[in-house]
Write a protein that binds this ligand. Structure first.
Ligand code: NAP
Length: 257
């Protein structure tokens, strides 16, 4: 399945930029959003060189009105990837309140600000070549399966985004739409570059994006990979919370951004 009309948030770097580059080809129409204009433009230029038609939008996913206006004005959309996200350092004795709010507003409210107008717009369009009116992919994380004491807000925001996406897929199918939860493991991006702890199964952004797109094309609701890390995470998450907390806090701390 080759998605032609695609909108991606957080397309200026990392996984979002990798999605854009993978989807860029002659005939593709890409709508790329982020806050940093220069970085976003560099990704757009690479996609244009690959033959895609590209429109960029400087937009903050926390701004519901601006997001709705952007999504509704994009025209046909076969795939919308709610990718923008932030994390925190793991070294603070306690997460700073402002950071907790920023993480939820970006990783959860930002996802809803992207997905809700997208689903409404897609519901009114004709089915594509794969028989669906459109696909919304929510970027969660394997971290969403493990409430880690080192990153409470990040893990909880990813768990909520995933649960919402997976459950919503059940009802959206009835109107010819799909909602996918993308749950990658560690990806080599700015988000992980200062992590001082082991990151088993580390992937390049390109590999992570390729596996996600393959899962969407295969029609999977939950796309979690690599499987050994996913399995280990599910097993670890079955520990009693107090024991899990003690275990997680043994890991060396990641410095704040
Ligand atoms: N790296 C990993 O190991 C990993 C694993 C699993 C899941 N993920 C998830 O994958 C997604 C992409 O992360 P990444 O690793 O590629 O991180 P990254 O390199 O730091 O990229 C984050 C992207 O999100 C954008 N962004 C952040 N806040 C935004 C906001 N308020 N409005 C609009 N755009 C915003 C950034 O663009 P601007 O700063 O230009 O706005 C940037 O393009 C995130 O949801 C992350 O949680 C990452």
């Amino acid at each position: 399945m080759r998605f032609a009309h695609v909108l991606i948030t957080g397309a200026s770097a990392g996984l979002g930029a990798a999605f854009a580059r993978l989807l860029a080809r002659p005939g593709a129409v890409l709508h790329l959003g982020a806050r940093r204009a220069a970085e976003l433009e560099a990704v757009a230029e690479a996609c244009r060189k690959a033959g895609a038609t590209v429109a960029t939008r400087r937009v903050d996913v926390r701004d519901a009105e601006a997001m709705a206006e952007w999504v509704r004005g994009a025209g046909r959309l076969d795939l919308v990837i709610a990718n923008a996200g932030v994390s925190a350092g793991t070294g603070e004795a306690q997460e700073q309140d402002a950071r907790v709010r920023l993480i939820f507003e970006t990783n959860l409210t930002g996802v809803l600000n992207t997905a809700l107008p997208a689903l409404e717009a897609m519901a009114a369009q004709a089915p594509g070549a794969d028989g669906w009116r459109g696909h919304v992919a929510v970027v969660s994380s394997i971290a969403g399966f493990l409430p880690a004491a080192t990153a409470p807000a990040y893990c909880a925001s990813k768990a909520a985004a995933r649960a919402w996406a997976e459950a919503r897929d059940g009802t959206e199918r009835r109107r010819g739409l799909r909602v996918h939860a993308l749950c990658p493991g560690f990806i080599r991006t700015a988000m992980t570059e200062n992590n001082p702890f082991p990151m088993p199964g580390m992937m390049s952004p390109e590999e992570a994006a390729r596996r996600a797109l393959a899962g969407i094309a295969a029609g999977r609701t939950r796309i979690a990979y690599p499987w050994p890390l996913y399995a280990l995470t599910r097993l670890t998450a079955a520990l009693p919370p107090a024991l899990l907390n003690r275990l997680m806090l043994l890991a060396p701390a990641k410095p704040a951004d």
